[in-house]
Design a protein around this ligand. Structure first.
Ligand code: NOJ
Length: 716
């Protein structure tokens, strides 16, 4: 009977009471076990099984190597997960279930476009839906906890992990962070189709010097609070269950060993109630950073800094007991870490539902409605950068060459960080174009730049040229020194341009790359990212006008690698006109927020609802959007704000609102944005939030160069 059992076993009791009850029953060794995450491979299986039996394991990461996103991963069978879970639940003294974590970065079996592409949709509702589908599929495979969303702001696309985040803008990333957390966790992460989310990599990991993964970052406290922390703050406010501490050193302290970052800021200032997991072996790497003398020292530093769970390196498991005995770590801190981990397990309902039904997955994974959503999203994420009247193509009978190194590619379309997607289920662009336009004769050629490829192009009426990066050229550990297309592709584009036929360059890439003139002057240029399982079909839908290209750039595209770091929301400088290069303009190649559709829009008649507001007041800024073209279509209305005079240098403008607006030809609608303290304030000196009196300028338009402006004043 539940009433007679221990309080912690009673699901009608509040989580906090269940945690306290369980904690009082635990030995130090059992507590430390909860903070230990392991991975299981055939070689260590026996040893891990025994450790679980002794209560020495709190979590299992479903990964078989340290570069899970860049190396092949074995699929974990649900039966296997259940088997080890059974030992934790049925053969240990207290029966505390394991929590299973896995990297579900942009989908599970149904792979959605890369997160950077999801950001390009400027569409929280669809981002939430994508993460909800990912949660449903992952949960059906025994996953309780996803190591996502990745919330690292990135201003330097040499860094390979730019693919995994939501781009350069803290406001966009914050809104999408909330959407992703809701998508994963829903209202109740204990629901059978939800998982716990993990905001990572805390914090500033995207500012790696030189764009080299794992490298040092230097970020001032105001930039940290105003830019890099913003999406984490949003995720915490949205109730994210866990946070991952990053690998790198920030301002002279490794993030995994920083009391300032993990405890003072994350747990105290942001009020984070969940648990902090280290990144893979980042506790042991405190020794490499030379802030810890050895693994024991590393365990002490990380725990006391605020890490609650040690991902796989075993430092906590090996050393916390000895440290506790010697009084070198605080027993209260140990209890705090255990409370946080147990709290998550209760929140997830693992005590009531520790096992996964092995049959459930087949009904859920790659379900037709998931595929339809992925296709829609691939189209909505694609950014049309140039169109000289060629797109959309008509579906008439003619010869279409679909060529280029990525035209017959499957794996690259899925992108980096795909652990559960199936390559064979992924269409190529050649196949998708043939399916969407069956009337056409499709000419294709082998991958390499060859006479054959150019001959096919020469024979065709129109050429679709698919270029870009492989999935292995970005993601963790995969940085590039030059933002260029891989070898030979620039020449290929030039050669096709030389044929003087209508041609469309489709770029499949995990990061911005600098394009040559031939690509920029193509009849059309479509940036389709790495678009996922249904990506080829989504692109074909766009090319033939069954869908509109819906994406807008979530980061600035530079003219040259030498321009990075580059971002639209840079601070005001003393000599803006003189801050230039001799050899090329300092302006971007393509701006943040830009992208074309198949119709045209104008923005006019901007109105602010009040000339003056109080520092805690709100106003509405609105503008009239008109579809001036001949097709129905959608634009992303964007609202940018500048604090005209402030106590510290502030950005020249910052995105503070966006909305997708769908209009019929000739139709107009007023779009409105609410501006209040959250949009007008900033963190100033000493980390203090403030809204400063004075004038503000606001712009509404179709990208970050919007020039329809108004002003208002925040009164003293
Ligand atoms: C290292 C990566 O930095 C992190 O993002 C990932 O979640 C873990 N490995 C686990 O695979």
């Amino acid at each position: 009977m539940i009433e007679d059992g221990p309080v912690y076993r009673n699901p009608t009791q509040p989580v906090a009471r269940r945690v306290e009850d369980l904690l009082t029953r635990m030995t130090p060794a059992e507590k430390i076990g909860q903070l230990n995450q392991v991975f299981v491979v055939p070689e260590n299986r026996e040893q891990i099984t025994e450790l679980i039996r002794q209560g020495g394991v709190g979590s299992r990461i479903i990964a078989t190597s340290h570069l899970a996103g860049s190396t092949e991963q074995q699929a974990a069978e649900v039966e296997d997960l259940n088997d080890l879970q059974r030992i934790a639940v049925e053969e240990t003294r207290l029966g505390i279930p394991l929590i299973h974590g896995r990297d579900i970065i942009h989908g599970h079996r149904t792979v959605f476009p890369i997160p950077l592409a999801l950001a390009a949709m400027f569409d929280e509702a669809l981002v939430e839906e994508a993460f909800a589908v990912a949660a449903r599929e992952a949960a059906s495979a025994g996953v309780h906890w996803s190591f996502a969303p990745m919330l690292d702001i990135a201003r330097d696309p040499r860094w390979g992990r730019v693919v995994e985040g939501f781009g350069e803008d803290p406001y966009l990333a914050s809104r999408l962070a909330i959407a992703a957390v809701h998508g994963f966790q829903g209202d109740d992460p204990a629901a059978p189709d939800r998982v716990l989310a993990c905001a990572k990599h805390y914090v500033g990991y995207g500012a790696a010097e030189g764009g080299r993964d794992y490298n040092t970052a230097e970020i001032s406290d105001t930039t940290l609070r105003n830019v890099y922390l913003a999406p984490f703050r949003a995720a915490v406010d949205a109730g994210v269950g866990s946070v991952m501490s990053a690998f790198h050193d920030l301002n002279g302290e490794p993030a995994t060993g920083s009391f300032y970052l993990l405890t003072e800021i994350l747990k105290h200032e942001l009020g984070f109630q969940g648990f902090v997991v280290s990144d893979w072996a980042s506790v042991a790497e405190l020794v490499n950073h030379r802030v810890a003398a050895d693994r024991c020292d590393a365990a002490r530093i990380a725990l006391m800094a605020g890490v609650d769970m040690d991902m796989v390196c075993g430092c906590f498991q090996e050393h916390l007991a000895g440290l506790l005995e010697r009084g070198a770590i605080d027993a209260a801190r140990l209890d705090d870490a255990v409370r946080r981990v147990l709290g998550a397990k209760f929140r997830l309902g693992l005590f009531e539902r520790p096992y996964t039904d092995p049959q459930a997955g087949a009904r859920v994974r790659f379900a037709p409605e998931h595929r339809a959503l992925a296709r829609r999203i691939a189209a909505r994420a694609a950014v049309l950068l140039e169109n000289r009247g060629l797109l959309p193509l008509t579906k008439e009978a003619r010869r279409i060459a679909v060529i280029g190194p990525l035209a017959q590619e499957r794996r690259a379309l899925l992108g980096s960080w795909v652990l559960d997607g199936i390559i064979a289920e992924t269409q190529t662009l050649v196949e998708a174009v043939a399916e969407v336009c069956p009337q056409a004769e499709i000419l294709s050629a082998s991958r390499a730049l060859s006479d054959e490829m150019l001959m096919r192009a020469a024979e065709a009426d129109v050429v679709i040229l698919a270029v870009g990066e492989s999935d292995a050229r970005n993601g963790e550990y995969n940085n590039v020194a030059e933002l260029r297309l891989p070898a030979g592709q620039d020449e290929l584009i030039e050669a096709v341009a030389g044929l003087e036929k209508p041609f469309i360059v489709v770029v499949l890439s995990g990061r911005p790359v600098v394009l040559n003139r031939a690509a920029r002057q193509a009849s059309a240029l479509l940036w389709a990212w790495h678009p996922g399982s249904m990506g080829a079909a989504g692109i074909a839908d766009v090319l033939f006008g069954d869908a509109e290209p819906g994406g807008r750039l979530p980061l600035t595209f530079p003219r040259s690698t030498g321009h990075v770091p580059i971002h639209y929301n840079h601070r005001s400088t003393g000599r803006p006109a003189m801050s230039r290069y001799h050899d090329m303009p300092a302006t971007p190649l393509y701006r943040f927020g830009s992208g074309l559709g198949y119709t045209t829009f104008t923005f006019s008649d901007i109105v602010v609802s009040a000339a003056t507001i109080a520092a805690d007041g709100h106003l509405t800024v609105s503008a009239l959007v008109t579809n001036t073209g001949l097709r129905a279509g959608e634009t992303v209305a964007q609202c940018y704000v500048r604090d005209d005079v402030a106590s510290i240098t502030r950005p020249v403008r910052e995105l503070k609102g966006f909305a997708r607006v769908a209009l019929a030809p000739g139709e107009s609608r007023r779009v409105a944005f609410d501006l209040g303290p959250a949009e007008l304030g900033f963190y100033g000196r000493h980390g203090r939030w403030r809204v400063e009196p004075g004038t503000f300028t606001v712009w509404v338009g179709a990208d970050s160069s919007a020039n329809l402006e108004a002003r208002f004043t925040v009164a003293l």
